[in-house]
Design a protein around this ligand. Structure first.
Ligand code: CA
Ligand code: CA
Ligand code: CA
Length: 426
C-alpha cells in the first residue's frame, strides 16, 4: 500500500516539476537493490551504486519528489534514508592575481611572522602571530609514514616543491596502465584519485588544492615555500571540479577512498550545503579508524554556533573546525567563528603557497588555515602516532595560544605547533 501511495505522490508531482534532482539513497543492510521499487519508477533515472565500504549507497536522479514523498520513501522498508545531493565549494575568499616563479620562506608569515611580512594595506603585522613552525621544527619536521589526504580540487603532484612529499601507490606506479594493479577498486591511482572525473589522475585544474598541499608539505629545500611538514605523504583526492564545485556522492567516495588508503588526517578546505546524513556517516567511519577530519570553518563572517556550516559543524570527535586569523592575530574579516563550534584558528590571510606549474601565489581563506592546522596536527601524529582523534583535538585546544584577539570566537585560541608537540598548557 505504501508503495502505491508513493508512486502516486511522485507521479502527481512530476507533472508540476520536471527537472530531475539528484539524491543520495542508503539502502538497509542486505537489501537487494533490484528489489527496491523506488529505483524502477519511471521518474527515477541514473541509479548508480557508489561502491563505498560503509554501506549500500546509491545516487539517483528523480523528478518531482516533494517533502511528503521523501518522507514516504524514508519509511520504505528497503531504504534507510534518502536525502538531496548537496553542492560543495572551495573556501578561499581571495586569490592574488599574480602567480610568481620565485618566493621564499620569508614570505610565509603564517609559519614565521616577523611583523614585517604579515601586514596588509590596512593592518600592521605582529611578530609571533603564527603557527610557531620554527619552534616546532626543533622537535619534529614530520615523518614520511604520516599520510594526509588533501580532499580538494586535486594536487599538482609534479610541482618541484611537492613531488617528494606525494604519496606513491607503488603497485600502480610500477604497474600496467588501465589496470587496477593493487586491486583496491581504482585504476591507476598512483598519487590519489579524481572523483570529479572518475579517473586515476588527481591533477589540479584549479590551483586551490595545490595551494593547500603546499601549506601542509612543501619540501624544506632552499627554493620556494616550506610546508608545516618537511616529511609527509600527501594523497591527492580530487572531488571538486576545475571550477571548485563538487557533489555529495563524490565527497563520500573521497572520504571512503582516504580511509582505504589508510591516511592519518583528511584536510578539507570546502563546505556548503545542508546537513547530510551520508556525509556524517562517512566522517564517523573515518573516526572509527582513528582518522582526523580537519575542516575549514567557512568564509561568510558567520557565527557557526547559531548557523551550522558543514562539514565543519558535524559533531563527531574527529572533526576539527579551523577559523582564519590575519597577520596581527585577529580574526580575518571573512572568517566564520564560534565560541562553541570553531575549535581553533590558524593563519589564513595572504598566505603564500604552491600553485600548479612550479609557481606560487597568495590566497586567503579558511581554506588556507585548514591545511596549516592539518600540517601542525601531522607533526603531532609523527611524534605521537597512538593518540585518538578526541585526545588530539583536546590537546590542540588546550595548547592553543590565547592571544586576546580571538576570545569568544573559538573554543580555544590559535594553533601553536611547538606547544602542541610539547603538550604545553597554560
Ligand atoms: Ca588501484
Ligand atoms: Ca595501473
Ligand atoms: Ca621548498
Amino acid at each position: 500500500m505504501k508503495k502505491l501511495v508513493l508512486g502516486m505522490a511522485v507521479l502527481s508531482a512530476t507533472s508540476l516539476l520536471a527537472t530531475p534532482t539528484k539524491y543520495i539513497v542508503k539502502l538497509k543492510d542486505g537489501v537487494n537493490p533490484k528489489s527496491v521499487s523506488f529505483f524502477s519508477q519511471k521518474s527515477v533515472s541514473d541509479v548508480k551504486d557508489l561502491n563505498v565500504s560503509i554501506g549500500a549507497f546509491y545516487s539517483v536522479k528523480a523528478e518531482g519528489l516533494n517533502q511528503k514523498s521523501l518522507q514516504i520513501l524514508a519509511n520504505d522498508p528497503a531504504i534507510e534514508y534518502i536525502e538531496p545531493s548537496q553542492t560543495y565549494t572551495i573556501s578561499p575568499v581571495k586569490v592574488d592575481k599574480e602567480t610568481i616563479q620565485d618566493t621564499r620562506f620569508e614570505d610565509q608569515w603564517g609559519l614565521k611572522n616577523t611583523g614585517k611580512n604579515s601586514g596588509g594595506w590596512f593592518s600592521r603585522g605582529k611578530a609571533g602571530e603564527d603557527v610557531n613552525a620554527e619552534g616546532a621544527w626543533k622537535i619534529s619536521k614530520g615523518r614520511k609514514e604520516v599520510k594526509i589526504a588533501v580532499i580538494d580540487t586535486g594536487v599538482d603532484y609534479t610541482h618541484k616543491d611537492l613531488r617528494a612529499n606525494m604519496w606513491v601507490n607503488e603497485l600502480e606506479k610500477n604497474g600496467v596502465e588501465g589496470v587496477d594493479d593493487d586491486g583496491n577498486g581504482y585504476v591507476d591511482d598512483i598519487h590519489g584519485y579524481d572523483f570529479a572525473n572518475d579517473d586515476g589522475d588527481p591533477q589540479d585544474g584549479h590551483g586551490h588544492g595545490t595551494h593547500c598541499a603546499g601549506n601542509i608539505g612543501a619540501v624544506h629545500d632552499r627554493n620556494g615555500v616550506r610546508g608545516v611538514m618537511n616529511k609527509v605523504k600527501m594523497v591527492g583526492i580530487k572531488f571538486l571540479s576545475d571550477s571548485g564545485r563538487g557533489e555529495t556522492e563524490h565527497a563520500i567516495k573521497s572520504i571512503d577512498y582516504a580511509v582505504k588508503v589508510g591516511v592519518d588526517i583528511m584536510s578539507n578546505s570546502w563546505g556548503g550545503g545542508a546537513f547530510s546524513q551520508a556525509l556524517l556517516d562517512s566522517i564517523k567511519a573515518a573516526e572509527a579508524k582513528g582518522i582526523l577530519f580537519v575542516a575549514a570553518a567557512g568564509n561568510s563572517r558567520a557565527n557557526n554556533d547559531t548557523r551550522d556550516t558543514y562539514p565543519a559543524n558535524y559533531k563527531v570527535d574527529n572533526v576539527i573546525s579551523v577559523g582564519s586569523h590575519d597577520g596581527s592575530g585577529k580574526r580575518s574579516s571573512f572568517s566564520n567563528f564560534g565560541e562553541k563550534t570553531v575549535h581553533v584558528f590558524a593563519p589564513g590571510s595572504n598566505i603564500m603557497s604552491t600553485v600548479p606549474g612550479d609557481r606560487y601565489q597568495k590566497m586567503s581563506g579558511t581554506s588556507m588555515a585548514c591545511p596549516l592546522a592539518a600540517g601542525a596536527l601531522g607533526l603531532l601524529v609523527s611524534e605521537n602516532p597512538n593518540l585518538t582523534p578526541l585526545e588530539i583535538r583536546e590537546r590542540l585546544e588546550a595548547t592553543a595560544v590565547r592571544n586576546g584577539e580571538l576570545d569568544g570566537m573559538t573554543t580555544s585560541g590559535r594553533v601553536d605547533a611547538r606547544r602542541l608537540l610539547l603538550n604545553e598548557r597554560d
